[in-house]
Design a protein around this ligand. Structure first.
Ligand code: PMP
Ligand code: GLN
Length: 382
């Protein structure tokens, strides 16, 4: 976990947020919304604090939140999960991922991820002593090559980590891709860990298909999600894992020594959020689609080639189309130069594969429309 200069490494998100603050730049680097989520959810957290929900929760999480997570899986996806044995509340998706990888991966086991990958996966695999094997997602559609996937997964593979909808590419995996993942996992007896934190943020004709709904998948899949994105509450760190009872118990065994429990008064509030009506869920996707269109149009007017995302809240822009081959270099300059921060896609790749993403810069569009317009207009000055 030391950087190339031998000093402790910080995440790219921390680095870019600090630069954005230093130069008073519009921060489209770290992905967090600049507006609060639904009023009912905020009020429910206040009410929980006022009514004394301020001590340790039960180890698996507040029963009412586990019930709401189970209801949510049934309501949206037709999936059954026993709230007492098959659902675990965690400190964000981040802890669910770490505890899952630490519970399942033995030293030397291989773990397959799709590259570019969310940075925590590589760190978690490293902590567990696993070997990280990647399958590339390539522009313009960022679906994996299925033959490459076949080659990457072997009997040494302990788990395959899927992130769909995808950060940073905005891809939403097709049914064909997901089916192939299940097939290779079955063939090599691997677990599937699916990070679906952007499950409700999909646009246009794309549909989110939870991999656990595919035939043969449920018994080998751990589904991870979080309240951070759906309810614009990234600071609350309420996440969860859903999967077969024995594996949830194993993840709990790790979690109890990471945080023990977390976020007691936020848990009933997120339970209320998960039970909001369909209007809320369709509303957040359509608000975000407008934001995507504003930023994508603005980036194109500033001369960037873009890859229009079908899900999540990031867009990849090709900086070579505005004369910069190295997006990492540009990302360090951009806050000072024009007052906008982004994150280079190469930060989501293994160092030996970073070249493939060299000219791609990720911008987050989970920001107010005026903020996105301001960022786009500043970028025209590049
Ligand atoms: N997975 C992905 C793909 C993410 O983008 C993020 C960042 N929010 C997380 C996990 C972490 O989620 P949380 O904040 O709930 O820990
Ligand atoms: N998930 C967010 C992103 O990708 C924030 C991650 C973080 O700050 N660790 O930008």
């Amino acid at each position: 976990l030391l950087g190339p200069d031998g000093r402790p490494s910080t995440t790219i998100f921390t680095e870019m947020t600090l630069l954005a603050r230093q130069f008073d730049a519009v921060n489209l680097g770290q992905g967090f919304p600049d507006e609060d989520g639904p009023r009912q959810v905020l009020d429910a957290a206040k009410a929980a604090i006022d009514s004394g929900v301020n001590q340790y929760s039960p180890g698996r999480g507040e029963p009412d939140l586990r019930a709401a997570i189970s209801e949510h899986q049934r309501r949206f996806y037709g999936l059954d999960a026993d709230p007492d044995t098959e659902v675990l509340v965690t400190a964000g998706a981040t802890e669910a991922l770490a505890a899952t990888v630490l519970a399942l991966v033995r030293p030397g086991d291989e773990v397959v991820t799709f590259e570019p990958f969310y940075d925590a996966y590589a760190a978690d695999i490293g902590l567990a002593g696993g070997r990280h094997v990647t399958v590339a997602l390539r522009a313009p559609d960022f679906q994996p090559d299925l033959d490459e996937l076949d080659h990457a997964v072997t009997d040494r593979t302990r788990l395959i980590i899927v992130n769909d909808p995808n950060n940073p590419t905005g891809a939403v995996f097709t049914r064909e891709t997901l089916q192939r993942i299940v097939e290779v996992a079955e063939r090599h007896n691997a677990w599937i860990v699916t990070d679906e934190v952007y499950e409700h943020l999909v646009f246009d004709d794309a549909r989110h298909i939870p991999i656990a709904t595919l035939p043969g998948a449920c018994e080998r899949t751990i589904t991870i999600s979080s309240a951070g994105k759906t309810f614009s509450a990234t600071g609350w760190k309420i996440g969860w894992a859903v999967g077969p009872a024995e594996v949830i118990t194993a993840i709990l065994t790790v979690k109890q020594y990471l945080t023990f429990v977390n976020g007691a008064p936020f848990q009933p509030a997120i339970a209320a959020g998960l039970r909001l009506g369909d209007d809320f869920y369709t509303g957040i996707a359509s608000v975000l689609r407008r934001k995507r269109d504003i930023l994508v149009d603005g980036l194109q007017q500033a001369g960037f080639r873009t890859f229009s995302p079908k899900g999540a809240y990031y867009v990849l822009a090709d900086t070579s189309s505005v004369g910069y081959e190295d997006a990492t270099e540009l990302s360090r300059e951009l806050p000072r130069k024009v007052g906008v921060a982004g994150v280079p896609a190469s930060a989501f790749a293994k160092p030996e594969h970073a070249e493939a993403y060299r000219s791609l810069l990720r911008f987050a569009f989970c920001k107010r429309e005026d903020v996105l317009r301001e960022a786009a207009s500043r970028l025209t000055r590049l």
